[in-house]
Structure formats: structure tokens, C-alpha cells
Design a protein around this ligand. Structure first.
Ligand code: TYD
Length: 135
């Protein structure tokens, strides 16, 4: 599965709500890195626009909304993330672009790898070349 929406279970009571991620249960990898994108500037901002040779990701919009364009090399899809109860899993070697951030959006991302710029493919033609070589 190159990408997948994962429904999360929220533990709510009269005090509020809580969602957890556990490796092998609702997160398909052991987490080594977490980062979040927030305070995005304006409606036309595009984040991502890269693929990763090793990193897998789990994306959750914990506040607000954004869209994610997903390109697996053979299929292009587009999903709206607008609630904290749905995570988007992206396998390695998936081209992704996050856009249409709402003004209050907070996009949290979990990954199986530490940050390493050398495993990022930021050129789409290079991505197409590598993904077709991998098949
Ligand atoms: P970038 O990869 O451009 O973010 P996006 O995926 O939203 O396009 O990263 C922005 C900056 O943050 C860049 O200088 C690299 C740095 N960065 C880290 O230091 N660690 C990380 O885990 C990530 C994702 C980025």
C-alpha cells in the first residue's frame, strides 16, 4: 500500500479528547521523528513537493485543514485532511504536495527516519526517473 487513510480512535470523555499513535497498531512504522507545519503563509503556499527514498510518513491535521496531492508514480490522488481523527499514511517514494492550508492549520507528521536531506528527491523529473527504475 503506497498510501492509505487511517481512521483513528479518539478516547473522549467529559474532559475532552485524546488520540494516540502506537507502532504496529495504528502507526505502520516505528517513529523516529515528529515535526509539525504551522503558521503557513497565505492560501497559495505549497509545502512538500518532494519524495523520500527511505522516509515513510503519517500526516495528521490536528487543527484546521489542508489538501494533499499524492503521486505514486502510477497514480495521482488528492485528499482533504480536515479532522484530527484521520491520518494519511505515505510510503517511501511517494511524491507529495500539501496545499490549501487553512489559516489555523497545524499539520503533524510522524516518520520512521531521522531527517536526512540526502534522501529527499526535490526534483519531479528525478523522482519519475527513480520510480520507473524501481519498478
Ligand atoms: P522542508 O523539507 O522544505 O519542509 P516541507 O516538507 O514542508 O516542504 O523543510 C523546511 C526546513 O526544515 C528545511 O530547512 C529543512 C528543515 N527540516 C528539518 O530540519 N527537519 C525535518 O524533519 C524537516 C522535515 C525539515
Amino acid at each position: 500500500m503506497k498510501y492509505q487513510l487511517i481512521s483513528l480512535v479518539s478516547h473522549g470523555d467529559e474532559r475532552g479528547s485524546l488520540i494516540s499513535f502506537e507502532a504496529g497498531i495504528n502507526c505502520p512504522f516505528d517513529v523516529k521523528r515528529c515535526f509539525y507545519i504551522y503558521d503557513t503563509k497565505g492560501g497559495n503556499v505549497i509545502r512538500g513537493a518532494h519524495a523520500n527514498r527511505r522516509s515513510k510518513f503519517l500526516l495528521v491535521v490536528i487543527n484546521g485543514s489542508c489538501r494533499v496531492k499524492i503521486d505514486t508514480g502510477t497514480k495521482i490522488d488528492d485528499v482533504l485532511l480536515n479532522n484530527p481523527m484521520t491520518a494519511l499514511y505515505l510510503d517511501k517514494m511517494v511524491w507529495k504536495e500539501m496545499y490549501e492550508f487553512s489559516h489555523n492549520a497545524v499539520l503533524m507528521v510522524l516518520s520512521n527516519e531521522l531527517y536526512d536531506e540526502t534522501e529527499y528527491i526535490r526534483n519531479y523529473e528525478e523522482y519519475k526517473k527513480e520510480i520507473s527504475g524501481n519498478r
